[in-house]
Write a protein that binds this ligand. Sequence first.
Ligand code: ADP
Ligand code: MG
Length: 296
Amino acid sequence: MLSEFNFIQQLKKFQLKRSDVFLGIGDDTAVLSASRGQYQLLTTDMLVHGVHFTSQTNPCAIGYKAMACNVSDISAMGGLGCVAVVSIGVPKKMSFKYVEAIYQGMYRCAKMFDISIVGGDTVQAKQLVINVALLGKVEKKNLVLRSGAKVGDSIFVTGALGGSLKSQRHLNFIPRVKEARFLVQYFKPTSMMDISDGLAGDLRHILTASHVGAVLNEKEIPCYQGVSVKEALTDGEDFELLFTIPSRLSKKLIEYKKPRGMKITHIGYITKDVETLQLCSHGRLRELTLKAYTHF
Ligand code: ADP
Ligand code: MG
C-alpha cells in the first residue's frame, strides 16, 4: 500500500478542472470561489469504530470530535464554519438513545461555532461510522494556505503538543477558531495548518507545499504535561494550529496582549533547504527523520 501522502497524490488526477475551484486537494480544506470578497471552504472527516473510538468511548464525545475536527480544518484556512451534513452508518442493534447522544455531542460543538446541521444520510452498517462534511467561509484577504511560508519566516504553534490520546484531549479539544481569527486579523500568517498527524509530519506538508525547509528549536517546543519532546513531535490529534509569520512580526506577536487563555509559542524558523526539517538541540542541528502518525 502507498503511504497516505502518496495515496492522496495519486487521487489528484481525478480532479476535474472547474473555474470555481480555487484550490482542490492538498490543503486543510478545498477553497471555492463564492462572492466577490469571500471564498467558501469545504472539508470532510470520518470517524470509524475501532480506529478512532471504541465501544467504551462516550458517544457524546464521539459526536463532538466528529464536528470539531472539521471546524479545526476550516480554522486552519483562517475561516469560520457555516453548515454541515452528517452521514452515519449505524449497526442494526444500536439504540436510538446512543445515536442521539452522538448528535448531542455534535450539536454542542456546532452551537459553539454557530454551525447548522442541515442534512446528511443514514445507512445500516456493520460498525458505527460517522462522516461530517462542513462548509465554511473566509474573507479573501484572510485566506491562509499551506503554501505561503517564506525563507526567514518564524514558526509558531498554539497550545501544547503531544499525549492527546493519553489525556483524552482528542475527544474534547476546542478548535482554535479564536486563535485563527485573531491571527488572520492582526498578523496575516504566511502559511497555516492544523496539526492532526503530529508536528514533525505536518510541518513537512507546509515545507513541501511552500518549497522551503525548517529548523525547530527543541527547547522551545511546548510539550503537554508529562510528554517528551519526541512525543510532542510525533503524537497525532493535537488539533493545534501550526503557522508561519514574517520574522519582523514575531516579537510583536510574542508581546501582543492576546485574548485570555490564548497560548502561542515561537518554535523555529523557515530555511531555504527545501523539504529539510532540522531540530536544533543544545546548539547543534540534526536532521529530523521522525515519522509522523499515519493512518495506513
Ligand atoms: P487533514 O488532516 O487536514 O484533514 P488529510 O491529511 O485528511 O488532511 O488530507 C490532505 C488532503 O487530501 C486534503 O486536501 C483532503 O481533502 C485530501 N484527501 C484526503 N483523502 C482524500 C480522498 N479519499 N479523496 C480525495 N481527496 C482526499
Ligand atoms: Mg488539517
